[in-house]
Design a protein around this ligand. Structure first.
Ligand SMILES: N[C@@H](CCC(=O)N[C@@H](CS)C(=O)NCC(=O)O)C(=O)O
Length: 212
């Protein structure tokens, strides 16, 4: 594997005992198999089914809607405001902006058009995203985690997409604003997982946004 992307040309990937596994879910399955654990042992078959559906909605639906909104509609502005300065080496912001508007936009445009969701209008993409966020909020209800008092594997996937949206994307992002306005329980949910499972979040992540 080696380099910054996997053999599939994507991130993330893992190397466990010399074996490379690309894709987050395949990596989770691989680790569970290697360790002989079932992290969802506390779930009923019905809950397992619902949780799987929510994970796919996060990984394969919301993710692409967030990509379309942040890289196409907002032309990647989050990379200039919510990512570490120096990420683009010595390139000045105006050069990065031009590259985002042209190269990155056309590359991501191609990826999301092939995937399919990039073919919809801005309004349709936004409506689909709201439906999806509403679905997570409905599934969560008043519980601390998706399937009850104890987190399951799929909470990690849903957390991953929602945390990216809330902590890494632009404040102008339609879905980020809508979540804060309409789905405060999702904001609390993400904060709960962050506090409970990443007490060292501040040390592990960058918090020097030029906008703050
Ligand atoms: N569902 C996959 C998604 C992998 C994925 O799309 N990763 C993105 C970055 S978050 C990527 O590497 N994109 C590069 C590309 O599509 O060329 C997973 O969870 O591993």
């Amino acid at each position: 594997m080696g380099g910054s992307v996997s053999s599939k040309g994507k991130v993330p990937w893992i190397t466990l005992n010399g074996e490379n596994v690309a894709d987050s879910q395949l990596s989770i399955e691989h680790i569970k198999g290697a360790l002989g654990i079932d992290s969802n042992a506390h779930l009923t078959p019905e809950q397992r089914g619902c949780a799987k559906g929510l994970r796919v909605m996060a990984d394969d639906h919301l993710y692409f809607l967030l990509v379309v909104e942040s890289y196409i509609h907002l032309e990647g502005e989050h990379l200039l405001t919510h990512y570490p300065p120096g990420m683009f080496g010595p390139l000045p912001d105006f050069v990065v902006k031009i590259l985002l508007k042209t190269q990155v936009k056309s590359w991501i445009g191609g990826v999301t058009k092939s995937q399919g969701l990039g073919r919809h209008s801005k309004e349709e993409v936004r409506q689909m995203g709201i439906t999806c966020l509403e679905g997570f909020a409905q599934a969560l209800g008043d519980k601390p985690y998706l399937m009850g008092d104890k987190p399951c594997e799929e909470d990690a996937a849903v957390f991953g997409q929602l945390a990216w949206m809330l902590y890494c994307l632009s404040d102008n992002n339609y879905f980020k604003k809508a979540t804060k306005d309409r789905f405060p329980k999702l904001v609390d949910y993400v904060a709960r997982i962050k506090v409970n499972y990443w007490p060292d979040w501040e040390q592990c992540t960058y918090h020097g946004s030029k906008n703050k």
